[in-house]
Structures are given as C-alpha cells and as structure tokens.
Design a protein around this ligand. Structure first.
Ligand code: ADE
Length: 230
C-alpha cells in the first residue's frame, strides 16, 4: 500500500478521480480514499494545510493503513532561480525552516534532541521518480532539490533570501518536512514531489492563484507514472 498526501483538494482531486474501487475511511477529520490506481493499492488523502495536519495524516497512514511508503504531492514556491513556475522538484531531503531554538544555542532549523533535523528522501523512490519523467510526457524541468517547510506562505524577497541563503532550500512549502519527519520516526520511506506555483517573492500572491492548478497537475502527472511503475 502506497500512501499519497496532498494538502489541498487541487493537489489530490485528479488522483481520487482516477481511483478504482475507492472506499472512504474517515480519521481525524480527514477522508482517506483507499483503492487502486493502475492496479496498485494506494491511499490518497487531503491532509489540510500546514505541518501539524500533514504529520497527523502521515502517522495515520502508517498506523491505520500500514503503508510501505509515503509520497507528498503538491505545489511550492521556488527558491532557486533555475527552477521556474510549473517545473518540478523531486526532493533530496526536507527540513523544517521555522524550527528555531537559537536562543538556546542551537542552529536555526535544528530540533534539539533529534539525531537529524533534515530528513533524506528514499533513494529508490527518487529513482522511480526520475525514471518516470519521460513517460509522464512533461515538457518542463525536473530538478533534484531540498524542500524547506514551515507554517508560513513565503512572499517576500527577505524571507526568500533567508530560506535560500541559510537553509539552502530549492523550494518552500508548508507540509513536506513534517511528512518526512513522521516517515523518519516510523522508518517508512518517503518522497516529496512539488511543482512550482510561484517564486516565493513579492509576486507570489498573484502568481499562486494563476499557476496553482497547472502546477498541481504537473506533480500528479509524474506521480501517476510512478504509481504505474511501482
Ligand atoms: N506553496 C506554494 N507556494 C508557496 C509559498 N510561496 N510559500 C509556502 N508554501 C507555498
């Protein structure tokens, strides 16, 4: 069973629509759609926005559905000038950029008493994603990248510079690292696939609504080919 999380309806609606034999199970106010896509067993769920929702959702996928892996699909703001709107980032790792215990001497982003604070994505899932790009027929760039997540929509050059300069992020969003964190604690492989809806700058609030749907569809297109080959 493969667990697939999107934060918003636009990020999962087409996946739900293509499922066969879908059954809906409700937990923690979330609708988990269990069924098959291309004959592969999947659970598709909208977690809601932000790190807490995504962490709770991920833990349910592990405990209730015993998923073998979790993939987070959706949109993100680009932090890397090479990665343009509608391009895709396949995560190399993910960290929580709003974790800040620096007054106690910890580097920003470091979670005290955790062995790691930046969670590597599963290499086999990354390979699967790369091998699926051609079949997905996407005429866009697909990049490896570090995903940085926080409970903030990034829309200023100053914040963007910090996430790029200090955290070395390639894209910013609001859930991926908490999916990664939960996957890490449960020793479950995970991957984040995010298509770019905006550039996390002063134009982000205008670009986001314009490109959200197209970007979300690009992420799903790659994911569907991955599921087929899984
Ligand atoms: N998701 C899409 N764009 C984003 C941004 N600029 N900041 C945070 N999450 C996002």
């Amino acid at each position: 069973m493969l667990g697939i999380i999107g934060a918003m309806e636009v990020e999962v609606e087409s996946l739900k629509a293509m499922m066969d034999d879908a059954q809906v199970i409700q937990k923690a106010g979330m609708d988990f759609y269990r069924g098959t896509i291309s004959g592969k067993e999947v659970v598709v769920v909208k977690s809601g926005i932000g790190k807490v929702n995504a962490a709770i959702c991920s833990q349910i996928l592990v405990d209730v559905f015993q998923v073998r892996a979790i993939i987070n699909t959706g949109v993100a703001g680009s932090l890397n000038t090479e990665i343009k709107i509608c391009d895709i980032v396949v995560s190399t790792e993910a960290l929580e950029h709003d974790m800040d215990v620096s007054p106690l001497g910890y580097e920003k982003g470091v979670i005290p008493d955790m062995p790691v604070s930046c969670y590597p994505a599963d290499e086999a899932l990354r390979e699967l994603a790369k091998n699926s790009v051609k079949a997905a027929g996407l005429e866009i760039g697909v990049f490896d990248g570090r995903v940085v997540s926080g409970d903030q929509f990034i829309a200023t050059p100053e914040k963007k510079d910090e996430l790029r300069g200090f955290f070395k992020g390639d894209c910013a969003e609001m859930e991926g690292a908490s999916v990664a964190h939960t996957a890490y604690l449960n020793e479950v492989p995970y991957l984040i696939i995010r298509a770019i809806s905006d550039q996390a700058d002063g134009k982000a609030e205008m670009d986001y609504p314009t490109f959200e749907k197209k970007a979300a569809e690009n992420s799903v297109k790659l994911l569907v080919e991955m599921i087929r080959a899984y």
